[in-house]
Design a protein around this ligand. Structure first.
Ligand SMILES: NC(=O)c1ccc[n+]([C@@H]2O[C@H](COP(=O)([O-])OP(=O)(O)OC[C@H]3O[C@@H](n4cnc5c(N)ncnc54)[C@H](OP(=O)(O)O)[C@@H]3O)[C@@H](O)[C@H]2O)c1
Length: 299
């Protein structure tokens, strides 16, 4: 297949592109800057220059390929609503370009937070009102609905942390926060759980989805169903020589709401559907390797 990948230069894209090429596919990667274009070309992909707001470019990329994997997202958390709107417009453009073709459209989203239960692929993508992810759940549902318009659409629900060497996501943020505040923090009694996956396993799932996922599939990319945030704080504190401490949600800025909910998610149905077998280390095992505790990550 020839696959159009947005966000090809990003953390997950940098695993998805080699995964696709290694399996014999060709990749056309969207890049909005010279440095991103260089990174995409260095992985062996063809580059399509453009921004997520260039909807004509997105439609052209989709029309030129056998399928789309959409990973690009602006992670400036001070402008999160703008990013959600740009994402929704991009997905709408892909839907229009792929309508009636039967081609696959795979997008990245999040596993839902379902208070009081383990979320499964049968749960509709949903987040509590006010959660930063609520708008993204609306986009995810629109993508699943594209199945009725002749698009082989699927949504990969990613857990709260896609970890591995080089990760600059929420776990790196927690480590930077611990260094700054002098304690490895969590909210409440530390029993709230985050699902997690190693980045190589996430990359493989995106490949399997674009190759095989039936139209309208909700998929969960969870290797760990749920890791207690207090346990994450324990490992962070031990590596940094800092105590573990419960702190109010407001102390964690935008991440406070993400730390305040128990949000385990299973991937049993995804594993069965696509024969996906996570093989990378779990989150705590990965943290113990020490690569997260080198230079202080940027925030
Ligand atoms: N990492 C996680 O733990 C995690 C967890 C849950 C969900 N997700 C979701 O998974 C997807 C991929 O995440 P990631 O961790 O790989 O993100 P990332 O490392 O921040 O990469 C984002 C990618 O999007 C591109 N991008 C951002 N804004 C763009 C724009 N306006 N036009 C064109 N390209 C743009 C970036 O390009 P540049 O290289 O030019 O900046 C980069 O390639 C996102 O939807 C993310 O929200 C990630």
């Amino acid at each position: 297949m020839r696959v159009f990948v947005t966000g090809a230069s990003g953390w997950i894209g940098s695993t998805v592109v080699p995964e696709l090429i290694g399996a014999g596919h060709q990749v056309l990667g969207l890049a909005r800057s010279d440095s991103s274009a260089q990174a995409v070309a260095a992985m062996g992909a063809e580059v399509l220059r453009g921004d997520l707001d260039d909807l004509d470019t997105l439609r052209a990329g989709a029309a030129d390929c056998d399928g789309v994997i959409h990973l690009a997202f602006g992670h400036d958390f001070t402008r999160f609503d703008d990013s959600v709107r740009a994402d929704a417009r991009a997905v709408e453009a892909f839907g229009a370009a792929l309508e009636g073709t039967g081609k696959p459209l795979v997008i990245a989203s999040g596993t839902p937070a379902m208070p009081g239960k383990v979320a499964t692929e049968q749960d509709r993508p949903e987040f509590p009102p006010g959660s930063p992810m609520a708008g993204r759940a609306v986009t995810a549902r629109a993508v699943l609905d594209l199945a009725s318009r002749g698009v082989r659409s699927s949504v990969v629900g990613l857990p709260r942390t896609v970890h591995g060497e080089g990760d600059q996501g929420f776990v790196s943020w927690l480590i930077a926060d611990a260094r700054e505040k002098g304690s490895a923090g969590y909210v409440g009694d530390g029993s709230h759980r985050w699902p997690a996956v190693h980045v190589t396993d996430a990359g493989r799932l995106f490949r399997l989805a674009v190759e095989q996922a039936p139209a309208g599939s909700m998929l969960h990319a969870t290797g760990d169903e749920g890791v207690a945030i207090g346990d994450i704080a324990e490992v962070i504190g031990r590596h940094l020589g800092l105590p573990r401490a419960s702190r109010p949600a407001e102390d964690f800025g935008f991440l406070g709401s993400v730390l305040s909910i128990d949000q385990p998610a299973s991937s049993t149905l995804t594993r069965e559907l696509l024969d996906w077998r996570p093989a990378g280390p779990g989150l705590l095992e990965d943290l113990e390797k020490g690569h997260y505790f080198g230079d202080s990550p940027s925030r």
